[in-house]
Design a protein around this ligand. Structure first.
Ligand SMILES: [Zn+2]
Length: 904
């Protein structure tokens, strides 16, 4: 049978990379205008063009050419221009589980306006893909994925192995998620440029096709061969019709077809062999030499990852659930604004953006984008919390009291110390001449206070000395209202704030002196403890961490380690001939900053002497474009100081101490890590990934040559034997490594490098991350492993604070304590609460992190009926009392208002 060569025209469009966004866009506009011209001129001789799987490109184009919207729409409807399914081509590991869903949900919703979506899970350039991607795609009605990295094509003898593997004899394979969902995987075994710039000239075409056909046939499992006519930022090849004519003439045994993924995958599926290699789980180049994995983008420009974690948390764990709770109380949900915030954030999620592997201009713009997302998120949360506060009945506030509502927007009950600035007194400019107000407030005598909960029970608290500050209200129906307020920081311990709920507290004037917890006198030994753990610090800042319930101790955790880095934004390469410099045995200076019944805060500081940079050889190697693996530069003999200031906090209710590190980085070309030598002997460990707490081996496959074996994490990495475990939860620190010898979890806190890497020399001085840098993490000891012990709940709750709002005494429809949604069991990981994109249904999502079945019960109240939904918010089953959740399944429930509710 004749073989078919499917030629798919495309251009892989990194919106920003070795050029800033606007400069890449300049060329993109040219491409699009040429494309419109080409379709007009050639008619059906130029069949179609694949627009790189990302709908954001249409927004980029229409911003300049809004007049071409109709032409583009028509091209999409006629299946000449293929768009979707994603909004952006994001990095799969450095964005959250929900961000990966929203990318598909928003992308696919956007395509509805244009009439056709390309239903291929398109990951052409993605730097490795999470194992749950097949499940995600399947739930979105997509059964085929195409990717360029992660699996090694072997081709040799084309023998399919019976055991799951990370190498495949064919470019086609079955790719399976841990829950058993699978898709047809298409590997760009000869890259997504294997049909780029096809010659029209017969002689050149003969040479081209002889080679390209052979390369494709080496891996193809069928007679349908794929040729990707394009590459990164590739201009349009207008001569495709002529090139196909030439090829047809030269190779009569082949049919050359200007094709699309729709046509290619249909033909492919009709001719697949009975047996294909099965690939299970995450694709991380496991069966390679380890030098081209691009994994160290996880530690390139860590400030971007920290910003991203902050913004993702703000949108998905605070703003959305809060708005959904407010919707249940008040009936409105600003879905357009929320979508706008998500789209703004997702513009920072493309692989070359969030990976920190672009030129400096790109990342500077990203910081501004993150700032705008944070600005939007903050005002949104403040407004929604105030609206919700207005519906809560606080009319029983004692005279002169201040009602404070503690809101929990997460899926698990919370107990923690909250700290909030409270306005104790306030005078508006309309009440007194503004110049007189500060003095008046200053002199006005302050009463003592007591804090009581909703049932009148006294709560332990701490109120700092007040300050007088300017502020203003922006009412909905009046001009701005400036004031001066007497403000003070209030801290108190909150017990059992219900998930998706709140509790009301009252700060009440008290005739008796305020019975605040007294500051405890710091002891001579540097230690801290609460009801769960005891931490004893050694002179060098390392600490022994004991779990009180079991009396088990981890010794000497928290060593800092500095090594030279002569790699680039993509890959770490250790400088030659220099041992790591550590804080082991280096005395630190200690001071207690705070010690009372609610919290202990300790500070210690190290000053390390480290090489100021790499040696002179590195600049020569960079200029000569010597690949990182081959570099031999060492570290400079000139030294500089690296000041590391660590602040440790242990509060009541915390399962382990939290750390904030301030790094005054004056050195270049180096990497700083914090080490947790657990001494646990294990073959595998666990890490938080996308809808998965993934198990990974501690030792790489035999082909691995790179001495570094780093991995991605979303929020934590964890080591455990059958008795005890240690989980390190982090805030935007997304790279770790396991050192098997002493069971060390090594978390990268800073990486300084000075070039992009890849296809040329692009200096990136700002990737050196000079000046003050920070890093934050929490150390959580537990029994057993992170899943079985449910320590993941604490790890997921790290850096997702309770919210405290100050309101007034007023009537309301909601009681003082309330839970909007209840659910069980807690064996599932909650990821989202929102209102549907196109209906007034509340949507909730979880995943099962374990290999055991769970039964999920969840309810709002009698006004809402639940159903099981896909990740695209499409109803799949009717309401039942409980939903069986398979091993590793991602489950979405919708809650539909019953008739009475809709008529409200
Ligand atoms: Zn790319």
């Amino acid at each position: 049978m004749k073989k078919t060569a499917h030629i798919i025209s495309h251009s892989h469009w990194d919106r920003e990379w070795y050029l800033p966004f606007e400069q890449h866009r300049y060329y993109f506009i040219k491409l699009m205008n040429n494309l419109i011209e080409q379709f007009k001129k050639e008619g059906n001789a130029f069949q179609s063009f694949h627009l790189d799987g990302q709908t954001v490109l249409l927004e980029d184009y229409f911003a300049v050419h809004p007049e071409n919207r109709e032409i583009i729409k028509q091209l999409i409807e006629e299946k000449k221009l293929y768009i979707g399914p994603w909004y952006v081509l994001q990095d799969a590991f450095l964005t959250s589980s929900e961000a990966n869903v929203r990318n598909l949900l928003i992308g696919m919703n956007d395509t509805k306006a244009y009439g056709h979506v390309s239903k291929i899970g398109y990951f052409p350039d993605t730097f490795g893909i999470y194992g749950q991607a097949p499940q995600l795609l399947k739930q979105a009605g997509i059964d085929t994925a195409a990717f360029g990295r992660g699996v090694k094509p072997t081709g040799f003898n084309n023998t399919v192995s019976d055991t799951p593997n990370f190498e495949s004899p064919f470019s086609e394979m079955i790719w399976k998620s841990p829950d058993g969902s699978s898709v047809l995987g298409i590997l760009f075994a000869n890259w997504y440029s294997n049909g780029n710039e096809i010659p029209v000239d017969e002689e050149e075409a003969k040479v081209f096709w002889d080679k390209k056909l052979e390369d494709a046939e080496k891996y193809a499992s069928t007679n349908q061969l794929l040729f990707m006519n394009g590459c990164d930022h590739q201009p349009l090849q207008k001569t495709i019709p002529e090139a196909i004519e030439t090829a047809t003439k030269l190779f009569p045994d082949y049919t050359f077809k200007h094709s699309s993924f729709d046509e290619y995958t249909e033909a492919l599926k009709g001719s697949l062999p009975e047996k294909l290699q099965v690939i299970e789980g995450e694709l991380r180049n496991q069966r390679t030499d380890g030098w081209s994995t691009l994994v160290n983008t996880a530690s390139s420009r860590i400030y971007l990852k920290q910003w991203n974690n902050h913004c993702q948390t703000l949108l998905e764990k605070i703003a959305e659930p809060l708005a959904a709770m407010n919707y249940l109380a008040n009936g409105t949900y600003p879905r357009e604004y929320i979508r706008f915030m998500w789209k703004s954030l997702m513009k920072n999620h493309p692989h070359d953006s969030i990976c920190g592997c672009s030129v400096d201009e790109v990342h500077r713009e990203m910081v501004t984008r993150f700032e705008t997302v944070a600005q939007m998120g903050e005002v949104f949360v403040e407004e929604k919390a105030a609206e919700l506060g207005q519906t809560i009945d606080t009319s029983k506030t004692p005279a002169g009291g201040i009602p404070l509502i503690v809101m929990n927007t997460t899926g698990w009950n919370k107990q923690e110390v909250v700290t909030q600035t409270v306005d104790l007194d306030k005078v508006y400019f309309s009440q007194m001449h503004f110049e007189e107000i500060p003095g008046y407030l200053q002199e006005k005598e302050m009463s003592g206070y007591k804090l009581v909960d909703d049932e009148g029970k006294a709560v332990e608290f701490q109120l700092e000395s007040p300050t007088i500050e300017f502020g203003y209200d922006l009412p909905d129906d009046q001009f701005r209202q400036p004031f001066f307020a007497k403000k003070a920081n209030l801290s108190f311990y909150t017990e059992d704030i219900p998930s998706f709920g709140y509790k009301t507290f009252y700060l009440v004037p008290n005739a008796h002196p305020a019975d605040q917890p007294q500051a405890l006198s710091p002891e001579k030994t540097m230690e801290m403890e609460n009801e769960y753990v005891h931490v004893l610090f050694h002179e060098d800042g390392t600490y022994d961490l004991t779990v009180k319930a079991t009396a088990k101790t981890f010794h000497r955790l928290g060593i800092y380690e500095d090594t030279g880095d002569i790699g680039n934004e993509y890959m770490f390469k250790e400088a030659k001939g220099h041992a790591a410099i550590t804080t082991k045995g280096v005395p630190a200076e200690f001071a207690f900053l705070e010690k009372n019944a609610l919290r202990t805060v300790l500070e210690f500081q190290h000053t390390l002497s480290i090489p100021v940079s790499a040696d002179g050889r590195l600049e020569i190697e960079r200029n000569k474009l010597i690949w990182h693996k081959e570099r031999e530069a060492g570290r400079s003999s000139e030294m500089t100081k690296l000041t590391l200031r660590t602040i440790v906090t242990l509060e009541k209710g915390m399962k382990g101490p939290a750390f904030k590190l301030f790094i005054d980085n004056q050195a270049t070309d180096h990497r700083l890590r914090v080490l947790f030598p657990t001494e646990l002997q294990t073959d595998t460990h666990k890490a938080d990934s996308i809808f998965e707490i993934v198990t990974r081996p501690n030792i790489p496959e035999k082909e691995w040559e790179n001495p570094s074996f780093c991995h991605h994490q979303s929020r934590f990495a964890s080591l455990a034997d059958d008795k005890m475990g240690l989980t390190v939860a982090t805030d935007g620190l997304q790279e770790y490594e396991i050192v098997p010898e002493d069971g060390t979890i090594a978390v990268t806190v800073l990486r300084s490098t000075a070039e992009l890497g890849d296809w040329g020399y692009f200096p990136t001085p700002e990737a050196q991350c000079q000046g003050m840098q920070t890093a934050e993490w929490q150390v959580l000891p537990h029994e057993n492993d992170v899943i079985f012990s449910k320590a993941y709940i604490d790890a997921y709750q790290y850096k997702v604070p309770l919210m405290v709002i100050q309101t007034s005494a007023h009537e309301g429809t909601l009681p003082g304590t309330h839970q909007f949604v209840n659910w069980e069991p807690t064996g599932l990981v909650w990821t989202s609460m929102k209102v549907a994109e196109e209906r007034d249904d509340v949507i909730m999502r979880w995943f099962n992190p374990a290999g055991t079945k769970e039964n999920l019960k969840a309810g709002i109240n009698d006004d809402y009926q639940s159903y099981k939904s896909t990740i695209l918010e499409e109803k799949i089953t009717e309401s039942t009392n409980q939903y069986e959740v398979k091993d590793y399944e991602i489950i979405t429930l919708g809650f539909q208002p019953t008739r009475q509710e809709r008529e409200r």
